[in-house]
Design a protein around this ligand. Structure first.
Ligand SMILES: [Zn+2]
Length: 255
């Protein structure tokens, strides 16, 4: 823990009322701290493909086998990493606040669920979900035959795809509606490890701020919402979140 971080968390001027409706938004930063590869830039290449060339409905229509092989490779890498103390701190916060807590994530790696978060709003889906591209049914891995890719839907025989949002696709309407309405009513909004440049998630902290929420940003890098935030903590979430949650706990207990 650095002294800056310690000072910033202790100088947070929050009231108990601000714990009434807490919304947390997480992005790639919290996953990167667990070692999830970002698949961006040169190091993100897989068999010479760029993510933009594979994570599209067109790529899946043209070469579903290659797209599935890439996703199985990614699933395998993600399965080898663990949720970090930042993920676990958010589970604590959910237990502490119950219905007053909403977790929204841009990450598809499912690490929040693996840590124990009960109900994260996954804006971009989840890489471990199998969804039929035709009837939209979801299937567990063992209900499908992966020996011949792509797997086919046991009900309608449609091609099953990874349950993530691809480039050029809209975000799941229910998820984005819920994220918007919760952010709009938030009393405290915490933005963690997200560049806040990818829409529509980028609009969530702004929406919360316009409605009077106290805005905390945790990110080692500056982002477009840094200068609008009430408190900016330039640290990793794995070190900061456990401390912040402790602080919120004592606030809730009236200390
Ligand atoms: Zn189907």
């Amino acid at each position: 823990m650095s002294s800056t971080e310690f000072t910033e968390i202790n100088s947070l001027s929050l009231s108990q009322e601000q714990l009434q409706r807490v919304v947390v938004l997480t992005g790639a930063g919290i996953s990167a701290e667990s070692g999830v590869p970002t698949f961006r830039g040169e190091t993100g290449l897989w068999r010479q493909f760029r993510p933009e060339d594979l994570a599209t409905p067109e790529a899946f229509a043209d070469q579903p086998v290659v797209v599935w092989e890439w996703y199985l490779h990614r699933r395998n890498l993600i399965a080898q990493v663990l949720p970090n103390p930042g993920h676990h701190a958010l589970v604590e916060l959910e237990r502490m606040l119950g219905d007053s807590f909403t977790l929204v994530t841009q990450n598809v790696d499912g690490l929040h669920r693996r840590a124990g978060s009960q109900n994260p709003i996954e804006l971009h889906g989840n890489i471990f979900v199998n969804r039929c591209g035709r009837c939209q049914d979801h299937w567990a891995d063992d209900a499908l035959d992966f020996s011949k890719l792509p797997p086919h839907c046991p009900t309608c025989a449609g091609e099953v795809r990874p349950g993530v949002v691809w480039f050029g696709e809209s975000l799941p309407a229910a998820a984005i509606d819920q994220a918007y309405s919760k952010s709009q009513r938030a009393t405290l909004f915490i933005s963690i490890g997200t560049s806040t440049v990818v829409h529509p998630a980028a609009g969530l902290p702004l929406l919360a701020m316009e409605s009077g929420a106290y805005l905390i940003e945790i990110n080692p890098e500056e982002t477009p919402i840094s200068r609008l935030s009430d408190c900016v903590i330039r640290e990793k979430s794995a070190t900061t979140l456990p401390l912040l949650v402790k602080k919120l706990q004592s606030l809730k207990n009236g200390n």
